[in-house]
Design a protein around this ligand. Sequence first.
Ligand SMILES: NC(=O)c1ccc[n+]([C@@H]2O[C@H](COP(=O)([O-])OP(=O)(O)OC[C@H]3O[C@@H](n4cnc5c(N)ncnc54)[C@H](OP(=O)(O)O)[C@@H]3O)[C@@H](O)[C@H]2O)c1
Length: 315
Amino acid sequence: MDKKNQPNRIIRRRFLQIGSAFAGSAIFLPLSGNYVFDAISGNITKNSIPAVKLNNGLHMPRVGFGTNTLTGDIGERSVYDAISVGYRLIDTATVYGNEESVGAGIKRSAIKREELFVTSKLWVDDSGYEKSKKAFQTSLDKLGLEYLDLYLIHRPRGDVKGSWKAMEELYAEGKIKAIGVSNFNPAQLEELMAYAKVKPVINQVETHVFFQEHELYEDLKKRGVQMEAWSPFAAGRNGIFSNETLAAIGEKYNKSIAQVVLRWHFQRGIVAIPRSSQKAHMIENLNIFDFELTRSDIQSIARLDLNTTQFPEWG
Ligand SMILES: NC(=O)c1ccc[n+]([C@@H]2O[C@H](COP(=O)([O-])OP(=O)(O)OC[C@H]3O[C@@H](n4cnc5c(N)ncnc54)[C@H](OP(=O)(O)O)[C@@H]3O)[C@@H](O)[C@H]2O)c1
């Protein structure tokens, strides 16, 4: 066995030992004073995930489920599993080509629509007023939903102003509960806010332990725009799941590297949307509300920052 992976494996084994009991009755301790998404009955596990109040008053779970690359039957099954173990925030996008699968997973879960928080994103090819309206309706139809909780401009390309106007109108009509952006830098956000009648609630950006984005973090905080992390595990790049610093921190709390990373996002106040195709990982990734990283843990994690993207090919 690779020596480097050993501590993490031991932690994982311990987690799985507790895991079978946990999977049957996954009740997370809600943090006091937080709004929680709560109690689904029937064969769906009772669960509580703390939520954040967005700048338009809407509540959003602070941990959600990412679906990039989860297409076809795997997409449907993964979304169904995710909802069954307690996820309520589901993140998809037109460009993932899986809105139909995500919709099928939601339908199969038989969960009440109002219990869910569904995000989709407008792709760059659909930028501009008319095209955005059409693309939004196509997303809704593919998902089989009457409304979206959150709709984001996926990238700051093309006619952003026209798209934003269309989204503001859909928001006013109640077809979207909140609107926001993704992959915007502070200058791009500034430009949008100069003409926006409705302020974006979210900026969904790449951030993880190797790309901590401190300046953007402070900028969004100042603007009252919630930061949401895409690829919270850097999609597994740069050896994150065998990182010795993260493994050593996890060992202190009997937590896996994935749990340490998600707890770090949580304590930063960032909404994270980890993806997994494995039910055991989905459960593990929600089991982060019963421990706390210390200032010294956070300082150790701060030293992992490479201050650069792990996805240069998307630049
Ligand atoms: N707005 C944007 O431009 C943008 C860009 C990229 C992504 N996103 C969104 O962000 C979501 C998350 O990002 P991502 O999909 O790139 O990657 P990610 O969530 O950072 O990492 C996913 C990888 O981590 C593994 N994993 C998950 N839980 C684990 C655990 N407990 N232990 C070990 N491995 C674990 C998964 O493998 P297994 O399947 O084997 O568990 C998968 O290989 C996407 O799905 C998408 O919704 C948005």
